[in-house]
Write a protein that binds this ligand. Structure first.
Ligand code: C2E
Ligand code: CA
Ligand code: CA
Ligand code: CA
Length: 279
């Protein structure tokens, strides 16, 4: 009891210090994660509602934490940005996805395009275009295997420069997607000026399409709008058959979400593809 008492004092008196300590501990763990090879990529397939086949997949970063197990990107990506780790993560992601694509090709599989999330810092940095160019040259992989996802809210600042970068990347044959659409402040004019192939409607809107008429009409209008601008639409966070049916009826091109599959490890993905009869 005495011991517990002293712990109480240590842990509960200066509340702020605990938070600061936790934060520091998390930061130092995350900083070391790269050198300890604790990062890995998971892949989430997307389904084409036109063909009924897997049309692509998204590469999602995971931290294989020694104590907590597999930790999702959503839990640590902000911190990674804050502590300046995001550039190295970006390099890791590109290298990791490339290596994986080559493995699949060597196994005689025909991989689908892989979408890579690009942080705002990478997008504004000088190296993204060069890294991609170098990667295509060095590996001989077709640019059609690569897609870049840019979060809508990252586009607002520096629009002219970003637009130029995206145009150049697209000229290389790499597909561009606007991610998390609907969560930023886009105007129609601004959207039409972006060189993008796909619009990904944020899961926030998809979650409610079956029960909320406003959400349903927002989604429906967005699909029509994207099509009129020559973009295809991917709905994110699709979890139910009802959502799928609604989206198909409204002409949505592709869906991504737990209804189709959770993000999977490479071997999990191979099993999934075999099970549904795709190589
Ligand atoms: P995002 O790009 O919008 O990715 C989709 C997120 O939704 C992923 O979370 C995914 O696991 C989750 N998700 C997929 N389907 C469903 C569903 O049906 N229901 C629900 N509730 N969630 C679903 P995750 O992997 O935690 O990633 C969170 C965010 O972290 C991503 O959002 C992306 O912005 C960022 N991120 C992930 N991987 C990377 C990366 O390699 N590099 C960078 N820069 N950012 C990444
Ligand atoms: Ca994404
Ligand atoms: Ca998204
Ligand atoms: Ca998101």
């Amino acid at each position: 009891a005495k011991k517990a008492g002293s712990n109480m004092i240590r842990f509960f008196s200066p509340n702020m210090n605990i938070m600061v300590l936790d934060q520091l501990l998390a930061e130092s763990r995350l900083l070391r994660a790269m050198d300890k090879h604790e990062f890995m990529m998971f892949y989430q397939p997307r389904l084409s509602l036109k063909t009924g086949r897997i049309a692509g997949m998204e590469a999602l970063l995971r931290w294989n934490h020694p104590k907590k197990g597999i930790v999702s990107a959503g839990k640590f990506i902000r911190l990674a940005e804050k502590i300046g780790l995001i550039q190295r993560i970006g390099e890791f992601v590109l290298a990791s996805v490339t290596r994986q694509l080559k493995v699949w090709i060597n196994q005689g599989k025909t991989p689908v395009p892989v979408a890579i999330n690009v942080s705002s810092m990478e997008l504004r940095g000088p190296k993204l275009k060069e890294s991609l160019q170098y990667l295509l040259q060095e590996t001989g992989l077709a640019p059609q295997f690569f897609e870049i996802e840019i979060t809508e809210s990252n586009l607002i600042e520096d629009l002219d420069r970003v637009r130029q970068t995206l145009t150049d990347i697209r000229k290389m044959g790499i597909t561009i997607s606007i991610d998390d659409f609907g969560t930023g402040y886009s105007s129609l004019g601004y959207l039409s000026s972006l060189p993008a192939d796909y619009l990904k409607i944020d899961s926030l809107f998809i979650a409610d399409i079956v029960n909320n008429r406003n959400m349903a009409s927002i989604v429906e209008t967005t699909i029509t709008l994207a099509h009129s601008l020559g973009m295809q639409v991917i709905a994110e966070g699709v979890e139910t058959a009802e959502q799928l049916q609604f989206l198909r009826a409204k002409g949505c091109d592709q869906i991504q979400g737990y209804y189709c599959s959770r993000p999977l490890s490479p071997s999990g993905l191979e099993t999934f593809m075999q099970r549904i009869g795709e190589k």
